[in-house]
Ligand binder design. Structure first.
Ligand code: GCU
Length: 729
């Protein structure tokens, strides 16, 4: 159905409506038809194809990346079916008499892939609809099918080819494609894509996120040609550390019995299986591949073939599991020496979309001594896991079920399930990916439990070779109360605080009576969020060194300075554990620092470094903690962060700034990873943490930048680097 009839349709609607007897409100309500002539009538756009067309880099794909036309449409005027006719095709006035109120060719020129927010200053904060358009030539041939493939677009995307509505995808960050064989024309084709990065209470995530909602065609766009009968996807996995390789190939339009072959030439292995009634061919075979590890990221060339269709990939084989409170990689205990990231490149604003972007970003994680990255809070481009496979970085991948979500809305559930499915179907062959995370910091409720349990079960049903987790929040209210009481114990007799504050602390202890904690009596924070019972690794976000003081100080009437100073000492006596016999992972902790800002107090590099030192003690005190991903590798764009001259719409918790300049804490963490905690051969040496070791005051970098030597404990922790070397290299 071509759209040049809109004008007539629109006009006809107006005329008939004005001729009808005025409709009663009740009747209008019951008809549920919005009869305002200027509002576009919703048109049916089929959803994108359910299955992820995988291994796109091995397919016969024509890139549609490059410069596209862009119309900004905050009022949704482009939607087809309205009075204004819509912009689903690139129309040029036939003559000076034709009224058209848009023109793609003379509109903005935008680069694809990439977000639109950082390509135009006026769109930096923009969160609404835009229309992309380009022409491309095609020469379709018989016996082939043609698919438009998108690596990801944020957030609601509708695709039109030659005026045909061909696909709609709700949910950013994940790949989707659509078979357009029928709509594709020989010669010139007119491709129009509307993308809207507006979020609401029912979206995933909802509209409030501590990251930039980069919108648009943020990832690659291809026209992919396949034979009529083709391979959609394939999953290969190691059966166990003892060996064995299992393969499963998902096909389209293949007759039952059609042979499919998986080949791993370096292993001299060919697995042939027949397509079953569901279009799937699966088989297992003996094999003893060299196992993939971060230190030895061994990858094998894989080919998957069926008839004239052949795809290739590079895959690694490893097992990941938990045993009690231990994490085992290929049967051996491992600790996640990690760092959290956002999908932003170093040195440029906007979303990271290229392989090179990920190589640089993950290269900095490797330089930190990390063997693990938490790719927060949404699926990154396919390049992320491919680069991690090659670089030897274990990956935590996550879907943006973030903070509060409409837990009881079935559409919200469907979007989250769709994102999880597409992420898993895209990256289930990536050896680096060891954790699927289904959520971040979601407050406890029964509807939340039900929602997340369904996602956890979905992940396990689709892929039982990886671990499942979620970043928990704990119970801040209860924890802060306990923390405040412990701080009172530290402050009650301090000479370097005001008499009023001492009195307040004494009063708190008196009130607590027999429950009052003693200095250094240790504080065991136990995570008992019931979701911990459903996941494989209990992951927890904490900000003892940053946010807690801001909540506690006003609540007890003591200065934030005093609380922060006491907090540093108190942190050394904290142990974190979980109410579940499972490994724990600190999925976030950290502090903000403006790169180059030195001295005392928040936002200085010295303060951030001190937080990391205190955290190092907490982690070493906490034997159940087998992994950490401090927040965060690089300062990143965030609309929540407005402090002029410091944040300027960036979250400043990075260990490097937006241009890659390393802050002091980068070296503190790197040396921690080079020290005892990070090295298996030293794990059984228990490095005792003496609570009275007050790190903070003595570790502030004096003006002349020379730090007193480490004491024994710190040398054990940070290896034999001098603090000065640590700080300034
Ligand atoms: C949260 C959240 C992050 C956020 C961070 C912060 O824990 O998960 O998305 O950026 O805290 O406040 O910096």
């Amino acid at each position: 159905m071509q759209f040049n009839g809109n004008l007539i349709a629109g006009l006809a609607t107006v005329i008939c409506l004005s001729l009808q007897a005025p409709t009663s409100n009740a009747a209008r309500e019951s008809k549920k038809v919005d009869d305002t002539p200027f509002k576009a009538q919703a048109i049916d756009i089929p959803p994108a194809d359910a299955a992820v067309l995988a291994m796109v880099d091995a397919r016969d794909a024509t890139s549609l990346n490059g410069t596209w036309n862009l119309i900004v449409d905050p009022m949704g005027m482009g939607s087809p079916g309205g009075f204004f006719g819509g912009w689903a095709t690139d129309r040029i006035p036939v003559d000076e008499w034709q009224l058209l109120e848009y023109n793609y060719a003379s509109s903005k020129q935008v680069r694809v892939p990439g977000d639109f927010n950082t390509q135009f200053d006026e769109l930096f904060f923009y969160r609404d609809g835009v229309w992309y358009q380009r022409h491309f030539d095609a020469s379709p041939v018989e016996g082939k099918r043609y698919h438009l493939w998108f690596g990801g677009a944020n957030y609601t995307t509708s695709v039109f080819l030659n005026g045909q509505p061909v696909a709609k995808q709700v949910g950013g960050y994940v790949p989707f494609s659509v078979d357009v064989t029928e709509a594709l024309e020989a010669g010139d084709n007119d491709l129009v894509v509307s993308v809207n990065n507006r979020l609401d209470d029912n979206s995933v995530p909802t509209k409030r996120t501590d990251w930039w909602p980069y919108g648009g065609l943020t990832r690659d766009v291809y026209l992919v040609a396949t034979p009529d009968t083709y391979i959609v996807n394939a999953k290969v996995e190691l059966v166990s550390t003892a060996g064995g390789i299992r393969g499963r190939v998902i096909t389209a339009n293949a007759k039952r019995g059609t042979p499919v072959t998986l080949a791993l030439p370096e292993l001299d292995l060919e697995i042939t299986a027949s397509v079953d009634a569901d279009g799937v061919a699966a088989r297992q075979s003996d094999a003893a591949p060299e196992l993939w590890t971060p230190d030895n990221p061994k990858l094998y060339d894989l080919t998957v073939s069926m008839g004239s269709d052949q795809l290739s990939d590079r895959v690694g084989f490893r097992t990941i599991e938990t045993q009690g409170q231990k994490i085992l990689l290929n049967g051996e205990p491992i600790r996640f020496k990690g760092i959290s990231t956002h999908e932003e490149p170093i040195g440029r604003d906007g979303t990271a979309f290229s392989r090179a972007d990920m190589e640089v970003l993950f290269g900095e994680a490797k330089a930190l001594g990390a063997n693990f990255v938490r790719a927060a809070h949404y699926p990154y481009s396919r390049h992320a896991a491919q680069v991690a496979d090659e670089m030897g970085l274990l990956l935590w991948e996550e879907i943006p079920v973030y903070w509060n979500i409409a837990w009881e809305n079935p559409e919200t559930m469907a979007i989250a399930q769709d994102q999880l499915r597409r992420l898993i179907e895209r990256d289930w062959n990536r050896a680096s990916v060891v954790i699927w995370s289904v959520a971040n910091e979601t407050p406890y409720s029964e509807p939340r439990m039900r929602f997340l349990e369904r996602l956890i079960n979905q992940a396990r049903d689709m892929d039982n070779t990886r671990l499942v987790s979620a970043a928990l929040l704990g119970d801040p209210r209860r924890e802060l109360k306990d923390v405040a009481m412990h701080l009172a114990a530290y402050g009650a007799d301090r000479e370097d605080i005001s008499a009023t504050e001492r009195a307040i602390f004494k009063a708190m202890l008196k009130q607590a009576g027999g429950h009052a904690p003693a200095i250094g009596s240790g504080f065991n924070l136990v995570i008992d969020d019931p979701l911990g019972g459903l996941v494989d690794i209990v992951s927890y976000n904490e900000y003892f060194g940053w946010y807690y003081a801001r909540g506690i100080a006003p609540a007890i009437g003591v200065s934030e300075q005093t609380v922060r100073k006491l907090m540093f000492e108190f942190m050394e006596s904290i142990t974190i554990s979980a109410d579940f016999d499972k490994p724990m992972h600190l999925s976030e902790f950290g502090a903000g620092a403006k790169s180059g800002k030195r001295g005392e107090g928040v936002w200085t590099e010295d303060y951030q470094a001190a937080v990391y030192r205190a955290q190092a003690k907490m982690i070493t005190n906490s034997p159940q903690v087998q992994g950490i991903t401090p927040w965060i590798l690089k300062d990143f764009r965030a609309m929540l962060r407005t402090l002029p001259g410091v944040q300027d719409y960036r979250n400043r918790k990075g260990l490097i700034d937006e241009n890659g300049r390393r802050k002091q804490a980068f070296y503190v963490l790197r040396d921690f990873y080079e020290g005892a905690w990070g090295n298996p051969e030293q794990w059984n040496q228990n490095v005792s943490m003496t609570p009275e070791l007050t790190l903070f005051p003595s570790r502030l970098l004096p003006a002349d930048n020379v730090l007193p030597a480490f004491d024994d404990d710190e040398r054990a922790l940070f290896g034999d680097q001098t603090p000065h070397e640590t700080m300034t290299r």
